[in-house]
Design a protein around this ligand. Structure first.
Ligand SMILES: C[S@@+](CC[C@H](N)C(=O)[O-])C[C@H]1O[C@@H](n2cnc3c(N)ncnc32)[C@H](O)[C@@H]1O
Length: 291
């Protein structure tokens, strides 16, 4: 399976306020959420974004099921405003973003996201130049410490960066397996979590400029929503969630948003049992007001 969509029912209940509306799915992935929404709300239309070629291929595989009610745009969602304006669309009724990587991206050893990959790439969009391999092999000690600390909240950033630089004196780091081994040489296993988890998260976020993209999307979203239109964001780690929380708060203070989820929404125990990846999902919802 490409990706099991998380909290589809909850997300659709929060997102769809206009049953005849136009919605944006910023992160199409395998199309799980889009398909759920189209099946359950027969009069809505969706503009779907994803920058990954694999997602584009998945869209074409399912195209008949979508029956002309969805348009796919292969681009970074930070360009949402520009793309909608090219289509002469100024406003939409809701925006959904299910952040991060899909299971397909994570599990595909040829993408270099997983600890067991024989490559080290981590680009979600293969048209971008910067890869994780480039970063670990050419960035300075200070830059690596900074990346691991800021994007992975890795407390052993300095030790790990030093170990990487020592290794680089002998040979190029070619694979995720090598990188994992380097991190494990200076960090012990705690609570059954792989010691390289935070370094891999940091590299993935930095390679794909995930936090920057999210900030631009959030800043444009409030300009694109109709009155009572909603933005629903699902985050998977505290760095993303903090950005969403702050954006919603700021917009709520200046009378632009009404925050719908006073507390974050999480997957039920039943869903977590079926799909363990839903455990870390955090959903926040805001509604555009005073347009
Ligand atoms: C968690 S998956 C979404 C899964 C989808 N909701 C489903 O049900 O199949 C996240 C997707 O967002 C895409 N993505 C992440 N950041 C993006 C960005 N800045 N622009 C466009 N797509 C992005 C990834 O390529 C990935 O396919």
């Amino acid at each position: 399976m490409y990706h099991i969509p998380i909290m589809s029912s909850e997300i659709s209940q929060y997102l769809i306020k206009n049953p005849d509306g136009l919605y944006v799915d910023c992160t199409f992935g395998g199309g799980g959420h889009t398909l759920y929404l189209l099946n359950n709300f027969r009069n809505i239309k969706i503009i779907a974004f994803d920058w990954d070629e694999a997602s584009l291929n998945e869209f074409f595989k399912n195209k008949n099921e979508f029956k002309g009610r969805v348009v796919f745009i292969r681009d970074n969602f930070k360009n949402i405003k520009k793309n909608l304006s090219i289509m002469n669309i100024n406003k939409v009724d809701g925006i959904l973003a299910d952040l991060g990587v899909s299971s397909k991206q994570l599990d595909d050893l040829n993408r270099g996201f997983s600890f067991n990959s024989h490559i080290l790439d981590m680009r979600m969009d293969n048209r971008n130049y910067l890869t994780a391999k480039e970063i670990v092999n050419s960035y300075s000690y200070e830059d690596l410490v900074d990346i691991f600390y800021h994007y992975g909240e890795e407390y052993r950033s300095k030790y790990i960066a030093r170990a990487i630089l020592l290794y680089r004196k002998k040979k190029i780091i070619n694979t995720a397996l090598e990188l994992k081994a380097i991190v494990c040489s200076v960090k012990k296993i705690r609570k059954k979590i792989n010691p390289a988890t935070k370094v891999f998260q940091a590299l993935r976020i930095f390679t794909n400029k995930e936090l920057e993209n999210l900030k631009i999307l959030l800043s444009d979203a409030q300009k694109l929503l109709n009155n009572n239109g909603r933005i629903v964001v699902m985050a998977f780690h505290s760095l993303e969630d903090r950005i969403v929380k702050q954006n919603f708060r700021q917009n709520s203070c200046c009378g632009v948003y009404n925050i719908i989820t006073k507390k974050i929404i999480r997957a039920s125990q039943k869903e977590i049992a079926i799909n363990p990846r839903s455990r870390s999902a955090k959903v926040r919802v805001a509604e555009r007001i005073n347009v």
